[in-house]
Design a protein around this ligand. Structure first.
Ligand code: SF4
Length: 145
């Protein structure tokens, strides 16, 4: 591929831009997705590419194709997506949206937005070392509550 030797000049250490592009050219989407996992989409390799490719978009495409067509299906995620599509969380989302928006021209933060930030900051997060059976205290977002 023209210019591949230049891909490594000025790009972050450990970047596999040329490797995942080569995997795509071989038709190995799975490998390309794996190799591009650490790509932070900075675009530096694209600025160096004499073939004028956008490697990071190619990486994103490989990961999306893998997620859509190659990765094993996750039953609990499909159930959750279906619940969202059926409107299970519409009321909760409407309550959150009722706190208002930040005006991008002024960036003014009123009391309602402060409450929204407080809700976010104080939310219960899943512990990093939680076992598979962990559930939050508030069962609003779980399907089997
Ligand atoms: S866009 Fe991805 S592959 Fe390209 S230099 Fe940045 S991190 Fe590396």
């Amino acid at each position: 591929m023209p210019g591949m030797q230049r891909l490594h000049q000025g790009v972050p250490d450990g970047c596999a831009g040329d490797e995942y592009v080569a995997a795509i050219k071989r038709g190995d989407i799975e490998k390309a997705a794996e190799l591009s996992f650490d790509c932070i989409q900075c675009g530096l390799c694209a600025t160096r590419c004499m073939a004028e490719m956008s490697q990071y978009h190619i990486a994103q495409m490989a990961r999306r194709l893998r997620g859509k067509y190659l990765a094993p299906k996750s039953e609990h995620i499909e159930a959750q997506v279906e619940a969202i599509a059926q409107g299970l969380y519409d009321d909760v989302v409407e309550k959150l949206k009722a706190h208002g928006n930040v005006d991008p021209s002024t960036h003014e933060i009123d009391d309602e937005i402060k409450k929204l930030k407080e809700l976010y900051v104080n939310r219960q997060m899943e512990p990093h070392a939680a076992d598979d059976g962990w559930t939050p205290d508030d069962k609003t977002a779980t399907l089997n509550n």
